[in-house]
Design a protein around this ligand. Structure first.
Ligand code: ADP
Length: 335
């Protein structure tokens, strides 16, 4: 049996306008396997959407080969493609009269009869998927009436009922509030791991990708596509090379971007790692201070947390008790 995989070989991503070529990336070689959630990350204009459209067969690559489970994408019929990969692009649904149920049902059309009729079992599959994603109560609303998060879940449902080994989603968490983003990422991770789907998404949300992706593909216009597991790309500094700007750098300890080291920052010492201290450290960093761990016997002045208040310990002086982070910050500013 042929192993299920998406294989990209020596692909040149870009555009051809007459005799003029715009090359976005050259020589891309990569695999996507069932069971993996891959996040394609890169700055705006890097070529992520173009690559995704190319991998879906909607855009012609400048050169190279794409195959699904041994079959060349170029030679696959539309229906054969639709049984291999389900794609969700932003701004796809323009019909204001379609209900959410109808939108999700579209995912079953690769399996419809010659006349485009869906069987009872197709409609049951749609119902089951809507129930699974907890959106069945919204099925009779027009797609346009839904919030961005609800729309995205419906589009995910449509992709799922298509019942393919691969899913591609362009920006599935854009314009969604933070809990909604996490919900979508949890589902994607669930479908990759529990239903053995190979899922490729584009996103700008690096921190979310670090939390959920099994693998990252990093893209920008100047460098070759980098692939790897998130933790390796953080530790070997590659993630910085793709995203750092002058004033925004990736902090490998925190796993997120922040303002870079500013010269002559005031140092503040802290002790303890309770959640209250972690939030206090965030507040200090925002104030522009450099936070360091207090060393036993060495640090003469440091902050800690005790039961329900912050304590400023000072050598040979009385402790200062502060109830809130606001009080700590006020004191720091006054000094
Ligand atoms: P991303 O998804 O990473 O933001 P895109 O794939 O949307 O990037 O776009 C990549 C680049 O290709 C952009 O700079 C865009 O302006 C350019 N582009 C888009 N369409 C064409 C075209 N028809 N011809 C040449 N360049 C194009």
């Amino acid at each position: 049996m042929v192993e299920k995989e998406l294989r990209i070989e020596k692909l040149t991503n870009g555009f051809r306008n007459g005799s003029r070529e715009t090359v976005l990336q050259e020589n891309i070689s990569a695999f996507l396997h069932p069971g993996d959630l891959v996040c394609l990350l890169g700055p705006n204009g890097a070529g992520k959407s173009t690559l995704m459209r190319t991998l879906s067969g909607f855009h012609q690559p400048l050169s190279g080969k794409i195959s699904f489970s041994g079959k060349n994408l170029e030679s696959m019929s539309l229906k054969a493609r639709a049984r291999e990969v389900a794609v969700v692009f932003t701004g796809q649904i323009n019909d204001p009269f379609l209900t959410a149920f109808e939108v999700v049902s579209m995912g079953r059309f690769p399996y419809a009869s010659f006349y485009g009729r869906l069987k009872k079992s197709d409609l049951e599959e749609v119902e089951n998927t809507l129930n699974l994603l907890h959106v069945a109560h919204l099925k009779d609303k027009t797609f346009y009436q839904l919030s961005d998060g609800e729309k995205q879940k419906m589009l995910l449902a449509r992709a799922l009922v298509q019942d393919t080994p691969f899913l591609f989603l362009d920006e599935p968490v854009a314009f969604i509030d933070s809990p909604g983003k996490i919900e979508i990422m949890e589902w994607l991770s669930h479908f990759a791991h529990e239903q053995n789907k190979g899922i490729l998404i584009t996103t700008h949300d690096i921190e979310l990708a670090l939390d959920y992706a099994d693998r990252l593909w990093l893209m920008n216009r100047e460098k070759p596509l980098q692939k790897g597991i998130p933790e390796d790309l953080v530790l070997n500094g590659v993630i910085n090379q793709y995203f750092d700007r002058e004033r925004v750098v990736f902090d490998p300890r925190k796993g997120r971007f922040g303002s870079g080291n500013k010269p002559d920052r005031q140092v503040v010492y802290v002790k303890g790692d309770q959640v209250e201290m972690q939030w206090l450290c965030r507040a200090f960093t925002r104030m522009g201070k450099e936070v360091r761990k207090a060393t036993a016997g060495k640090s003469v002045i440091y902050y800690s947390f005790d039961t329900d208040h912050f304590v400023l310990s000072r050598k040979d002086k009385e402790d200062v008790i502060l109830s809130t982070i606001e009080e700590v910050m006020k004191r720091e500013m006054d000094y």
